[in-house]
Design a protein around this ligand. Structure first.
Ligand SMILES: Nc1ncnc2c1ncn2[C@@H]1O[C@H](COP(=O)(O)OP(=O)(O)O)[C@@H](O)[C@H]1O
Ligand SMILES: C=C(OP(=O)(O)O)C(=O)O
Ligand SMILES: [Ca+2]
Ligand SMILES: [Mn+2]
Length: 617
């Protein structure tokens, strides 16, 4: 078994690989003699010798134990693959990012994984297979005596499974991984807050998965890696291999299984890399609240003066795009923790949507797509290897995963003080929510618990009705406890630190999808600028009908008539009907929470429910 260096190791599980004799090297006595007779010998001279120290042996033992079968209990014999130049780095003042170690991983992907190529900007383009997005209906959590406080039942993302079934899937994944010549092992961290850091191990079959997690998790220094010890949580990613549909609970060939007691996650039947990232995020949504730390599905950035803003929102609403801001320092684009010490990013990388990406509108993300970055499911020119970001032929969910320091003004370490602004993003395809509203405390809670956005249906077959989506805490797919638990913590923290809530519609203006158009990114950026600068704190406001939102009369750089949606709709009756329709959807959705008794925000419940739309049909 061969293990490559560092946090991204590849491990062969067969003891030793095959060795093919190369032809002898041709001798030419006129030149200085080379101390080698074969190309293999020459190649061994190219590399620094590997010193196998006790620490490395311990690391291999630990990984072998991770891969041990439950039934026979013995792990495979492991050897490290290409140890690169690790020794040389030990003791130097290295930072957390050591990208050279990914080179063998990238090489492996290009050689052995179909559809993997280096694009013209140097990024690794690859395919995630049949699944190009997450599979929430196949995400299961083991229900046992330790998980009584989890959110189960209607609306919950946690589909239950039993321990025995988990072990069947675990064994299936481990057997699959052990049947391979090589597997990849990443030992990394989550959470930049040093007191609440989690050690994760990801064992996977694809170089793509290893490189993805290398980019997305926090990369240890060599010293940290040497002293890594045992992980707090382990992922077995056997995504190329299906689960067995005859296994109890299985409803498809895909299953993503979390066992909190064993601190393990098993992936079968999907190669979409986002499952690993978001699976670990779910685990953080369980572990952090136990320590009174709030986990957040939000982007986060900071002004030069230290003012921090959070950007909540469902997929595609603009967390990544708007937190990546030339004029501000990026703390993270998607997953954060809010503790008594302030904000910390959970991750070490960003995962940006690439569809219709343009250098002009999103220069920082554009520049981050270079060597080391993983590009998923994009289409490129066969000869020039130029990516066509408008192409949706593989999927609309094309993605780039890059280490956070690929963004020029990233804050390393990725931590910051308590937020001043909490921005709730909604991409409203109905086109009735104002581009920006200032929220009262109760309104902030109402909209946080509602977690509204609207998706537009398939863009191919002409105009379709926008679909309202409500996802509690703007991340119902990832939360583990009841939404009101997170909402209560957010309410407390915002009050304590005097943060202001805002609702920003990054969706449609001038009519619903099909009639109006999406508000330009340039205008949304102006609105966000005005929130950051404080301009919108003391300006003149008016209240809207139905939703009762406070909207500013003026925002620097944005035409004032855009600020009240009714102005931009030609058909005013249609506007009113659509507004009432959306309000009704909000009411129906919120009823479940208003009726919920044991949430921890009971004293606030009435006030929060009253902060929603008010109207009579
Ligand atoms: N006004 C706008 N505000 C924010 N994003 C916009 C806007 N108009 C278009 N977009 C596009 O919408 C997408 C937002 O996606 P992203 O930032 O990745 O969302 P998230 O991180 O919340 O999933 C990007 O592709 C962005 O270019
Ligand atoms: C990767 C994801 O996050 P987002 O779309 O919010 O960036 C996801 O939800 O699968
Ligand atoms: Ca997300
Ligand atoms: Mn994002």
């Amino acid at each position: 078994m061969e293990a490559k260096d560092g946090q991204a190791s590849w491990l062969g599980t067969n003891g030793y690989g095959s060795r093919r004799e190369e032809d002898g090297v041709c001798h030419d006595d006129s030149a200085t003699p080379v101390r080698a007779n074969t190309v293999d010998e020459l190649h061994s001279l190219q590399r620094k010798p590997q010193v196998v120290e006790d620490r490395h042996r311990l690391q291999l033992q630990s990984i072998s134990a991770s891969l041990a079968s439950m039934t026979c209990g013995i792990g495979p014999k492991l050897i490290k693959g290409d140890p690169a130049r690790k020794k040389e780095m030990v003791g130097k003042a290295v930072t957390h990012h050591q990208h050279h170690i990914t080179v063998p991983t990238i090489t492996h992907a290009i050689k052995y994984e179909k559809g993997s190529f280096i694009t013209s900007s140097g990024a690794l383009a690859t395919l995630s297979g049949a699944k190009t997005g997450r599979s929430p209906r196949d995400k299961r959590v083991v229900k046992d005596e330790t998980t009584d406080d989890l959110w189960w039942g209607k609306g919950s993302p946690n589909i239950e499974m039993d321990e025995h079934t988990f072990l069947i899937n675990r064994e299936r994944a481990v057997d699959y991984l052990n049947s391979l010549d090589k597997v990849f092992v990443n030992d990394q961290f989550l959470n930049w807050d040093p007191n609440n850091r989690i050690k994760v191990r990801i064992i996977s079959a694809r170089a793509y998965h290893s490189l993805f997690m290398h980019n997305m998790c926090i990369r240890p220094t060599y010293e940290e890696l040497e002293n890594f010890g045992e992980p707090d949580f382990t992922i077995y990613n056997a995504g190329q291999f299906p689960c067995n549909r005859y296994t109890h609970y299985m409803t498809s060939s895909t299953s993503i299984d979390i066992n909190l007691k064993r601190r393990e996650m098993v992936i079968l039947g999907t190669q979409y890399a986002g499952e690993m990232k978001k699976g670990l995020f779910s685990v953080m949504h369980y572990l952090m609240p136990k320590k009174q730390i709030l986990s957040l599905h939000s982007g986060c950035n900071m002004g030069r003066g230290g003012d921090v803003a959070l950007f909540f929102g469902l997929s595609g609403t603009g967390k990544t795009t708007l937190s990546t801001d030339r004029n501000r320092i990026l703390i993270g684009d998607d997953e954060h923790c809010w503790s008594d010490n302030g904000i910390s990013n959970i991750e070490g990388g960003c995962y940006a949507k690439c569809i219709d990406l343009s250098q002009e509108k999103e220069p920082d993300i554009w520049d981050a797509i270079k060597f080391g970055t993983v590009l998923e499911n994009v289409v490129f020119d066969e000869h020039s290897r130029e990516v066509d970001y408008t192409e949706k032929s593989v999927t609309e969910n094309t993605r780039a995963a890059y280490p956070i320091e690929y963004i020029a003004n990233a804050k390393i370490p990725c931590v910051g003080p308590h937020p001043k602004n909490v921005i709730l993003l909604a991409c409203d395809a109905f086109g009735v929510l104002p581009p920006v509203s200032k929220l009262s405390h109760a309104q902030t809670m109402y909209h946080f618990i509602s977690g509204y956005t609207a998706l537009v249906a398939g863009t191919e077959d002409g105009i379709k009705e926008p679909q309202a989506t409500f996802s509690a805490c703007f991340g119902a797919a990832f939360i583990m406890l009841h939404p009101t638990r997170y909402a209560a913590m957010l309410a407390d923290k915002m009050k304590k630190h005097g943060a202001t809530g805002w609702l920003v519609n990054t969706g449609w203006i001038g009519g619903s999808y099909g009639v109006g158009e999406r508000i330009s990114l340039a205008y949304t950026r102006k609105i966000i600028d005005a929130i950051h600068s404080g301009e919108l704190l003391d300006t003149s406001y008016k209240k809207t009908d139905v939703f009762g939102l406070d909207i500013p009369r003026k925002v620097e750089g944005v035409p004032s008539e855009l600020l009240d949606p009714i102005n931009t709709w030609e058909d005013k009756d249609s506007y009113k009907l659509t507004l009432l329709k959306l309000a009704d959807l909000f009411k129906r959705n919120f009823k479940v929470f208003a009726d919920y008794k044991n949430g921890g925000v009971s004293d606030l419940a009435d006030e929060i429910a009253a902060a929603g739309p008010n109207f009579l049909f």
